[in-house]
Design a protein around this ligand. Structure first.
Ligand SMILES: NC(=O)c1ccc[n+]([C@@H]2O[C@H](COP(=O)([O-])OP(=O)(O)OC[C@H]3O[C@@H](n4cnc5c(N)ncnc54)[C@H](OP(=O)(O)O)[C@@H]3O)[C@@H](O)[C@H]2O)c1
Length: 285
């Protein structure tokens, strides 16, 4: 069990890019970090890197493939045994899949990893989050949500698949869920916001076989550093201390997201669809 006097932060996708830099910044500020990664070797590398640079020995990392609902359920139990408080949950893990892939549950991979996994993990950790004073949830969305809609009739894109369109859908979904969750949690004093971290040169396109290195190189050329993306997320955390919930940050500034994302009917429909796809109900809040 981690020391309970210090603030605890859970971060998904901590083995690379923006998530790793968030962990580094927050560990350097003295947070206890519980990171989540999917690859043993990359988890070990990140653990060594963060403890060495931040000089914070309390960093721990759990292995979980977020495309597997069984693993997410086991992960939530493990986290509950590691801490009684979660002050900050950063739902960051994600990827772009340019070819259509399905997860173990037969759900399209982008929607599954980028959004649905976080909906489930957060629901499973909600009791701990709600029992922590001034807790916050930050969902990593993207400017890619702007031109997107939720394809309610064919969420896994059996027809008309397009990798970037499906990525946009997943980032729109995490944003719409941010708004619904924020409304539900407002009376509990838990703050929920979403952030577009900027165009950042990371390994985001690593799930695309032989083309991955070239695609990632392109992103590195146009993108800013992972540190800047992470600072934008930490900025949202710092800003929200004054009870500022249900916001979408475009980098460092609160911004207005797309019309589709702000539509209450769309938000409710997405929530119901998510619970049904997961066969999971959020605790009464
Ligand atoms: N880069 C940008 O320009 C940009 C712009 C807007 C939003 N974002 C968002 O920022 C977030 C972080 O992405 P990034 O740019 O930092 O990319 P990244 O460097 O590829 O980091 C993604 C992280 O997610 C993890 N991950 C991917 N699939 C997973 C799975 N199935 N189970 C568990 N972990 C998994 C990766 O693990 P591995 O290390 O094992 O690959 C890695 O730790 C994403 O949500 C992305 O959509 C990025």
């Amino acid at each position: 069990m981690l020391h309970e006097n210090l603030k605890t932060c859970v971060i998904t996708g901590v083995t690379s890019g923006i998530g790793e830099q968030c962990a580094l910044i927050l560990a350097s500020k003295g947070f206890k970090i519980i990171g989540i990664g999917r690859n043993e070797k990359r988890c070990l590398n990140t653990q060594n890197k963060i403890t060495k640079i931040s000089n914070n020995q309390s960093f721990i990392i759990n292995k979980c493939d977020l495309s597997d609902h069984k693993q997410i359920k086991e992960l939530s139990k493990k986290i509950s045994s590691q801490t009684k408080k979660i002050h900050l949950l950063i739902n960051n893990a994600g990827g772009i899949f340019l070819n259509r892939e399905l997860d173990k549950q037969n759900i399209e991979m982008t929607f599954s990893v980028n959004y649905l996994s976080h909906f489930l993990l957060t629901g499973l950790l909600l009791e701990t989050i709600l029992s922590t004073k001034n807790s916050q949830i930050i969902n990593v969305s993207s400017i890619a949500h702007e031109k997107s809609e939720i394809n309610f009739d064919d969420i896994s894109y059996k027809n008309g698949f397009n990798g970037m369109k499906v990525y946009g859908q997943s980032k729109l979904a995490i944003l719409m869920w941010t708004y619904t969750l924020s409304n539900k949690l407002i009376s509990n004093n838990t703050i929920v916001n979403a952030v577009h971290p900027g165009i950042i040169g990371t390994r985001l396109l690593s799930n695309n076989g032989l083309f991955s290195p070239i695609l990632n190189l392109g992103l590195k050329i146009v993108g800013k550093s992972s540190r800047i993306g992470a600072e934008n997320i930490v900025n949202a955390y710092d800003n929200a201390q004054h009870n500022n919930s249900g916001n979408y940050y475009h980098e460092k500034n609160i911004s207005i997201s797309s019309k589709f994302s702000r539509d209450k009917k769309n938000q409710e429909q997405l929530w119901k669809l998510s619970e049904n796809m997961l066969n999971f109900r959020y605790p009464k809040i």
